[in-house]
Design a protein around this ligand. Structure first.
Ligand SMILES: Cc1ncc(COP(=O)(O)O)c(C=O)c1O
Length: 494
């Protein structure tokens, strides 16, 4: 049994999310939420922790009863995989056993027990344009027989470069295999060209497994994130952390002209959603220019806002821009773009360095298969027409969530950025990462997620994010809203 008292006070909510599961020898996860955990979390007056625990137990049992094939696979998988899954994150879901997928298509997937789910997680954005978009599937099938990887540019490169430049208004591009890698490389270039070692991140950020960004502001002090494993280097050494929406703090962090780069999403999306206040991103751009720091905008999640990303929609021109996850329709791929001025500086830095390892790039990056998928996705899937379907539906969803929350007088808020909408357990939308984290409530979150899942609706396991893809239908949105209301009805019943 996991003990709440082992939890570092600074990150209790996050810690709770990860540690509630006890792995049993038969490969099944047994989620145990102790009374002390439930009591340690602030519940809205309308919700009683004991009721939540009862519902949680009931829903866990219902899930296990309905997923015999998943349970059998879990038992077969457990002897060979840590936590019984090929990536340990896959056991962070609200389910009491891993849910094994038979197939996924468009806006839904089917589990190995034959249940169909309306998918509002969409691979946490990897499938934001739907599962296996037809043009991408065709391109992959065609390329598969013509070579997968050669470490040479394929004939698709020229058109991919043209499409990226057109979509994101930046002339030069490089590829990486994941958004984590793209951010890592972009920061390395930024340090190389500026000769500065420090970077700035916003508290509550997530840019993938980039060591220097895995830091928190704890009582005003930069600290390595408490959950980091195996961290030998002091990742706080060259990273300054400021609150999102705080331009004065940002200016103080930049003023000594030691900062190579500010890296940010246009809105924080990984600690729940935190939108930029009016003028904030413009201020970030102005201050970075004033102090000679580069601005890296990570659009990996906020590409939900429109075809060119959120920064472009706001008229912000970054020096560097990163997008991963859905950019090649769900294959491992990320891209980073940069201005002509920066490209010149990058060439100078590279040419001035001795030949040898640059610390940038991986062998399979930009392989022929990925390039074919990327080209098809950019040209035929990430289209204005796709967004024209997604955005109004996401708005309907966000409005519906708000109406349900209002109906039960819960002190929660809903934030939307394009196709992405999120309900948060705070009365007003948070202004920064700290406010967002204060609203975390793992028990409540787990109950809602599991309740939805048992009724055919999947949302993202980390906080309460929903994502709409071009193939999502109004029926799926209505199903989510109906089940969400039923859940609220039950958890507020006395
Ligand atoms: C904004 C942002 N950047 C980068 C990443 C890292 O993506 P990946 O895990 O594909 O490397 C994530 C992952 O959630 C993200 O949300």
């Amino acid at each position: 049994m996991v003990n709440i008292d082992d939890c570092p006070a600074s990150s209790r909510a996050t810690w709770l999310c990860r540690k509630q599961a006890t792995f049993l020898a038969d490969g099944i996860y047994n989620f145990t939420i102790t009374a002390s955990i439930a009591e340690s979390i602030q519940m809205p007056a309308a919700i009683i922790a004991a009721t939540l625990q009862d519902i949680h137990r009931r829903e866990g049992a219902a899930f296990l009863a309905a997923h015999q094939r998943s349970r059998a696979l879990a038992a077969e998988t457990a002897p060979h995989f840590l936590y019984g899954v090929p990536l340990h994150w896959m056991h962070d879901w609200a389910t009491p056993a891993p849910l094994f997928v038979r197939e996924a298509s468009g806006a839904s997937f089917t589990c190995v027990d034959g249940h169909v789910y309306a998918d509002f997680c969409l691979g946490d954005t990897g499938a934001m344009f739907g599962h296996s978009p037809a043009p991408v599937a065709r391109a992959i099938a065609a390329q598969a027989a013509r070579g997968l990887t050669t470490m040479l540019p394929s004939a698709d490169a020229a058109e991919v470069g043209r499409l990226l430049a057109e979509k994101f208004a930046l002339p030069f591009w490089q590829l990486a295999t994941t958004a984590s890698d793209a951010n890592r490389y972009a920061l390395r270039w930024a340090r190389a060209v500026t000769g500065r070692r420090h970077i700035v991140v916003f508290d509550g950020c997530y840019h993938g497994t980039v060591d220097d960004t895995l830091v928190d502001l704890v009582d005003g002090v930069v600290q390595a994130r408490a959950s980091l494993l195996g961290q030998a280097h002091d990742v706080s050494q060259f990273t300054r952390v400021v609150d999102f929406n705080d331009l004065a703090a940002l200016e103080a962090a930049l003023a000594d002209c030691q900062v190579a780069c500010v890296i940010t999403e246009p809105a924080l999306t990984n600690i729940g959603m935190v939108l930029p206040e009016a003028g904030f991103l413009e201020g970030v751009r102005r201050l970075t220019q004033k102090y000679g720091s580069l601005l890296l905008i990570d659009e990996t999640h906020t590409i939900s806002s429109g075809p060119g990303g959120a920064a472009r929609a706001l008229g912000i021109q970054p020096d560097l821009l990163v997008i991963g996850k859905p950019i090649a329709g769900g294959l491992p791929c990320a891209v980073y773009g940069f201005t002509a001025a920066l490209a010149e500086r990058m060439l100078r830095a590279r040419n001035a360095a001795p030949s040898g390892h640059s610390g940038i790039g991986t062998t399979l990056t930009a392989n022929a298969m990925t390039m074919a998928a990327l080209r098809a996705n950019l040209a035929e899937v990430m289209t204005p027409a796709a967004y024209a379907r997604m955005l109004p539906l996401a708005e309907t969803l966000a409005d519906g969530l708000r109406a349900a929350i209002a109906r039960f007088s819960l002190p929660w808020s809903v934030t939307q950025i394009g196709a992405r909408a999120e309900f948060q357990f705070s009365a007003r939308p948070p202004r920064n990462g700290r406010e967002a984290e204060a609203g975390f409530n793992p028990l409540l979150e787990r109950v809602i997620h599991l309740y939805l899942l048992n009724r055919g609706v999947m949302i993202t396991p980390f906080h309460n994010m929903t994502l709409v893809c071009p193939e999502t239908g109004i029926e799926a949105v209505n199903l989510l809203l109906r089940v969400f209301e039923e859940c609220l009805e039950e958890i507020t019943r006395r």
